[in-house]
Design a protein around this ligand. Structure first.
Ligand code: NAD
Length: 282
């Protein structure tokens, strides 16, 4: 199935970030109405002004269920309906730290946005998606299946929201609606910069763990094209770039091998020792 996005209304959280803004532009180009939501008033207003009259700016903090409920209501009042909800807002723990080195507050902050925020977004948008035979797209990550060393709260959230998306797709099928999971690899945005934390031990670890093409970023525009294509097809999975497809498919075997290798790797041990040395939770 492939349905045109022309005339469809798409609500995006984290819409002014790298992937969110590029996707908003791509969707406007394909004829959709876009509800651009994010935490900054100036940012959502600027983006909506750039996008034109088919964009509606709304301030939303996904950690606050009430604010996303209100955004859905405003979107319905303005465009008449919401067909697609893109639960895209996300943060990474900054700086990346080990489980021992994090504070509980740092952990809770990431879980609140990346897991609970996605839950709130999905729950708030679901009645509209069901009513309109629409689609929910949940942003997970390659961290749903790669080892989340120094990014455990992020990787935990991304693995959890993958499960949310899979269950949702099955549960929505009898209602004529659908859901899918987005797995970006490295995309050139703020979050990727935090994870690479140039220069220092985090960068050394990332370079060591993600070698060759696996460490290369793609542009947000390339991710946005794959996302819009997936929205048209109501795809179950959008993996971008495609070089990550075999790692997702073979994760059972691959994860056992790479986890075992990393735990015996002297370079990894040395870098983790340096990351832990000045960590706030240590
Ligand atoms: N960039 C990558 O390499 C990469 C890889 C895998 C997954 N992702 C995921 O893609 C999504 C988009 O990230 P991005 O790469 O565009 O990064 P980004 O930092 O450019 O964008 C994230 C956006 O989320 C918004 N946000 C943060 N907290 C929020 C809150 N409480 N309520 C509402 N919005 C909030 C930010 O303001 C920002 O605009 C995230 O879920 C991220 O985890 C990114």
């Amino acid at each position: 199935m492939k349905a045109s996005l022309t005339g469809k209304t798409v609500l995006i959280t984290g819409a002014t970030g790298g992937i969110g803004a590029a996707t908003s532009r791509e969707l406007i180009g394909r004829g959709a109405n876009v509800v651009v939501t994010d935490i900054g008033l100036e940012q959502v207003t600027d983006l909506a002004t750039e996008l034109g009259e088919r964009a509606l700016p709304i301030v939303v903090d996904v950690t606050d269920r009430g604010s996303i409920d209100q955004a859905v209501a405003q979107a319905v009042a303005h465009f008449g309906k919401v067909d697609i909800v893109f639960a895209n807002a996300g943060i990474a723990n900054d700086p990346p730290l080990t489980v021992a080195g994090l504070t509980d507050e740092m952990y809770e902050k990431v879980i609140d946005v990346d897991l609970n925020g996605v839950w709130h977004t999905v729950r708030a948008g679901l009645p509209q998606v069901i009513e309109n035979g629409g689609y929910v797209l949940i942003t997970s990550s390659i961290y749903a299946f790669m080892n989340g060393v120094v990014n455990a709260p992020y990787a935990m959230s991304k693995a959890a929201v993958e499960q949310l998306g899979r269950a949702l797709r099955t549960e929505l099928a009898y209602r004529g609606a659908s859901a899918g999971v987005l797995y970006p690899g490295w995309v050139d945005t703020n979050i990727a910069k935090i994870a690479m934390h140039d220069p220092g031990p985090v960068k050394e670890l990332a370079d060591h763990a993600f070698r060759g093409p696996l460490g290369k970023t793609i542009t947000p525009e390339r991710a946005a094209k794959a996302i819009a294509n997936g929205m048209e097809k109501h795809s179950a999975r959008i993996i971008v770039p495609r070089r990550w497809v075999p790692f997702s498919m073979l994760r059972g075997v691959f994860n056992m091998a790479t986890d075992a290798l990393m735990q015996r790797d002297a370079k990894v041990a040395g870098v983790l020792e340096r990351i832990d040395r000045d960590a706030p939770g240590a």
